[in-house]
Structure formats: C-alpha cells, structure tokens
Design a protein around this ligand. Structure first.
Ligand SMILES: O=C(O)c1ccccc1N[C@@H]1O[C@H](COP(=O)(O)O)[C@@H](O)[C@H]1O
Length: 221
C-alpha cells in the first residue's frame, strides 16, 4: 500500500460547504478571499461559520487562498480566522512571500501555473514556500477553472518539490472520472474546487466518488 494523497477541498463558499468538507476525508479545507473569484468569501462571513463550528474543525488544516493581496488584508484574515496556511495564487514574488512569512508567521504555499518555466519558478521559492499547488494556466482566471493540464509533467513537479522538502498538491480540473489517472503519479496532495461541486455548492456524492477511487487505488498498490 502506498501513502494516500492529502486532499484539499477548496473554494468552500458557505457554512454548509465547510460542514461537507469537514465530514469528508479532506486533510485541508480551502477558502478563497480574492474578490476576483466566483468562490470568494468575506472574512466576516467565514468568521461566523468558524464561530459556529468551534472545535469541529480540529484535525483539518484551514488554507486561506489569496491573489496578490495586501499584507493588511491577509493579516486581517489570519487574525480573525483559524487559518493554518496561506496560499498565494497570484504572481507574488519570492520576496513578497518572504516578507509575508515574516509578518504573518504562518506557512506559505505558492501556486505555480503549469508551463515551460514552472520548474524554474518553483526553484525561486526554495526555502520560502513550504508547499506548492500546481494549477492550470487559463486566460482571465487565476485558478478554479475546472481545467486540467498535461499530467505528463506531474513527476517533474513532484520531484522538484521533494528535492526542496516542500509539499506538492496537483490542482486543476480534477474530478471523479479522471482522478484515477492522476493517482498513478502518486501526488503528495490533490487540490479540488470545481470537481466536487454541483450548482456552485460542494456535493457530498462527488466527494465520496473521489474518495472511493483514492481508497481503491491505495489498496491496489
Ligand atoms: O477557485 C477559484 O475560484 C480560485 C480563484 C482564484 C485562485 C484560485 C482559485 N482556486 C484554486 O484553483 C485550483 C483548482 O480549481 P479547480 O478544481 O480546477 O476548480 C485550486 O487550487 C483552488 O485552490
């Protein structure tokens, strides 16, 4: 048996979404704070959900996703919410991440868009980013597009992250019908937003289908 990948369910948009993700096998639960996202949530609404949930979030890591946000906006989220990890999903530089880490004192992950210079870009965050999210590059969106990239490149991303001692989540268009193919690459983590939604809400049955495939793959290897 191989180690099961970490599962990050991202783009939770309501208390109900968070409850569904909490009751799943997710290791990480993501909330998106960029105004450009159709999945954006405000710090204040998220604060009310976490107040209601109390200790129920124990055992899950909460990931705050930001796109080129100001330090003040990130600080406000971190001060009000039980965020464990900051995911920078824009074109934040290594210097930006370093400054952020010093100010916020939380682990910072960097999203890297799949493409020709992606490995080189990963190298520039060495020792700064404790995790990477490799996502599909699409026009007019930073992420959450529901589109996958050519997974032949996945081993290179996993190898570079492992060399740095960083986590590596594969994202972009993962769903129940293609997750098996991705599992063959044995990613450390899988990050999903669109593939676990129906009508913009997290869908328990889609989550269960994905988790069944993860478990079946694990017992077959
Ligand atoms: O989901 C969004 O709207 C989003 C917006 C801006 C930055 C990141 C966003 N989501 C991230 O996109 C990937 C995968 O999404 P999908 O499964 O293809 O829909 C994931 O990392 C989310 O964190």
């Amino acid at each position: 048996m191989t180690q099961q990948p970490m599962l990050k369910y991202c783009g939770n948009q309501s208390l109900q979404d968070v409850v569904i993700s909490l009751r799943s096998k997710a290791t990480h639960i993501g909330l998106i704070f960029t105004p450009e996202s159709k999945r954006k949530v405000s710090v204040y609404e998220a604060e009310s959900w976490f107040r209601e949930l109390g200790d129920q979030i124990k055992g899950k890591k909460i990931v705050g996703v930001f796109v080129n946000s100001t330090i003040d906006a990130i600080k406000e989220a971190v001060n009000r919410l039980p965020i464990d990890i900051i995911q920078c999903h824009g074109n934040e530089s290594a210097e930006d991440l370093l400054f952020l880490k010093k100010q916020i004192k939380k682990p910072v992950w960097k999203a890297i868009h799949h493409g020709d210079h992606a490995i080189e870009l990963m190298r520039s965050y060495q020792g700064i980013a404790s995790g990477f999210v490799i996502d599909t590059k699409v026009q007019h969106a930073w992420g959450g597009s529901g589109q996958s990239f050519n997974w032949a490149a996945v081993p290179d991303y996993l190898e570079e992250a492992a060399r740095q001692g960083a986590l590596c989540f594969i994202a972009g268009g993962i769903h129940a019908d293609n997750v098996e193919k991705l599992l063959h690459f044995e990613p450390a983590g899988i990050d999903i937003a669109s593939g676990i939604e129906t009508n913009a809400k997290k869908d328990r049955s889609k989550i269960k289908m994905i988790e069944r495939k993860v478990t079946e793959h694990d017992s077959a290897t």
